[in-house]
Design a protein around this ligand. Structure first.
Ligand code: HAX
Length: 437
């Protein structure tokens, strides 16, 4: 058993009594109250999920296991000579809450390499899907196609043991996560690079192997690591994390759960916003004949979009009430490595004008940019220009957090999810405007 799994086992044993005590002794204590607006409005703000892996403060932004993103990027072990940490060290950190040593992180790197082989039938399947399908649809299908590999499902058939169910879930999660860069790279090269492929490199870690397989030279390996790490988790209520948790709560295995997550992430109000930002920016660039717009020009385009009833992609958030720290990490990266890039200049101009316009527009609760407003610029600069692939990158990163979460879901024996619905008549009666007979 590798050190990560041993440590995780110990953490689970230590944690279980806390959950058991809360349920047994304090199960009736109220967590909060909620309103009709929250019920109709997508359960916004209703505290009904538990995770210790990350927490999203509306003012501060995300913390993974109590640490801000700059802290995480700083303290996790990195490959020699590189600026960003191993994705595998984040996996260790999210699962255990402890920063791995270099040796512990590299043990996970070695473990993931052994799990990387993708069954041939997955490539056969991908080759038989209409080539103009969206890469997120391909990614989702490839993941669910591997369900027959599930160890959790096999063990379940022999008899479900609540205390040990996390172990096969952990094995599935590691097996699946290790394969995702290989699958994503295959989709990319099949769709956009004339179906020419680059074999995986057993010498490389998760991020570097992905970079090599899609065919982009260093320092894109560091870009990939940074990108996957900052997209990994955003607590449990966002569509992708919640979907994974919801599906896994029915004791569906990691393959079914993660495939559903990809489907949820593919919505333009969620992960697909990163491709929409690039599409929108290019429309603006065409109108500007490729020259940098003035703030006045940019204001005009933003208002045109709003007046056409469209959202400004990359702005706003359901929880955050300030600029997304994931935006800031990428902005700092751009300021350091590509300050003169034209697309970055567009994004910077937007940053100056959009918040004020959204405030004047008067609808949004958060006028500040989110992660998606900046991420395409970095990808574009390093040569990944097929922007309908950007959400696949997000999906790769998000998989790290949501898979860590469902391992813990099984460890703590969380119940099948089943909120209660009401009818509109019932809400009208609660509001005091109608009597239900
Ligand atoms: N541009 C224009 N209008 C916006 C807006 C934006 N960027 N963001 C919100 N609004 C509008 C909403 O459409 C809503 O209008 P209606 O009352 O007419 O329905 C109103 O402002 C209030 O919305 P809100 O409470 O501020 O925001 P929500 O919690 O409902 O939605 C969203 C949060 C992220 C979905 C929203 O801000 C949005 O659509 N943003 C643009 C798309 C985007 O960038 N999505 C990615 C978010 C980050 C993420 O999850 N990445 O994966």
């Amino acid at each position: 058993m590798i050190k990560l799994k041993e440590k995780l086992k110990q953490k689970i044993q230590e944690h279980r009594p806390r959950t058991e005590r809360l349920l047994k002794e304090f199960g009736n204590v109220k967590v909060g109250e909620y309103t009709i607006e929250q019920v109709i409005g997508g359960a916004r703000g209703i505290k009904s999920l538990v995770t210790d892996i990350s927490y999203l403060d509306p003012q501060e932004g995300i913390r993974y296991r109590g640490k801000t993103l700059p802290e995480v990027l700083d303290i996790l072990p990195k490959p020699a000579g590189k600026n960003y940490p191993y994705v595998e060290s984040l996996w260790y950190f999210l699962l255990t809450g402890e920063v791995p040593t270099q040796e512990e992180a590299e043990e996970v790197v070695a473990d993931f390499k052994k799990r990387r082989r993708v069954p041939l039938y997955v490539f056969d399947l991908l080759r038989n899907i209409a080539r103009d399908s969206h890469p997120m649809a391909m990614f989702s299908m490839a993941i669910v196609a591997m369900q027959k590999e599930s160890i959790f499902y096999e063990k379940y058939k022999l008899g479900f043991d609540k205390k040990t169910a996390w172990e096969p879930m952990y094995e599935d999660a590691c097996n699946l996560l290790a394969k995702l860069p290989v699958i994503a790279a295959y989709i990319y090269r099949m769709k956009y690079k004339s179906d020419t492929h680059i074999p995986e490199n057993p010498a490389l870690d998760f991020g570097a192997n992905f970079a090599e397989m899609i065919g982009i030279d260093p320092p894109y390996d560091d870009v990939a690591r940074m990108y996957f790490i900052i997209h990994a988790d955003h607590e449990s209520g966002n569509v992708s994390a919640h979907t994974t948790h919801l599906v896994a709560s029915a004791l569906s295995d990691a393959y079914y759960s993660l495939s559903s997550m990809i489907n949820g992430l593919a919505g333009p109000l969620h992960g697909l916003a990163n491709q929409e930002v690039l599409r929108w920016l290019h429309e603006v660039m065409i109108k500007m004949n490729g020259i940098k717009p003035t703030e006045e020009d940019m204001k005009k385009f933003v208002w045109e979009t709003l007046n056409a009833g469209q959202v400004i992609p990359g702005y706003g958030h359901a929880v955050l009430r300030k600029t997304d720290p994931r935006y800031m990490v990428q902005r700092d990266f751009c300021l350091k490595y590509l300050p003169e890039d034209l697309l970055f200049q567009y994004v910077e101009t937007l940053y100056k004008v959009v918040p004020e316009i959204l405030l004047q527009h008067g609808k949004v609760k958060n006028p500040w940019p989110n992660v998606d407003a900046q991420s395409g610029v970095v990808q574009w600069f390093y040569g990944l220009r097929e922007y309908d692939f950007y959400t696949v990158l997000f999906g790769l990163g998000r998989s790290i957090g949501v898979l860590a979460n469902i391992v813990w879901d099984r460890a703590l024996g969380y119940s099948i999810e089943r909120p209660k619905s009401v009818t509109t008549d019932m809400l009208e009666e609660i509001a005091g405007i109608k009597k239900v007979s």
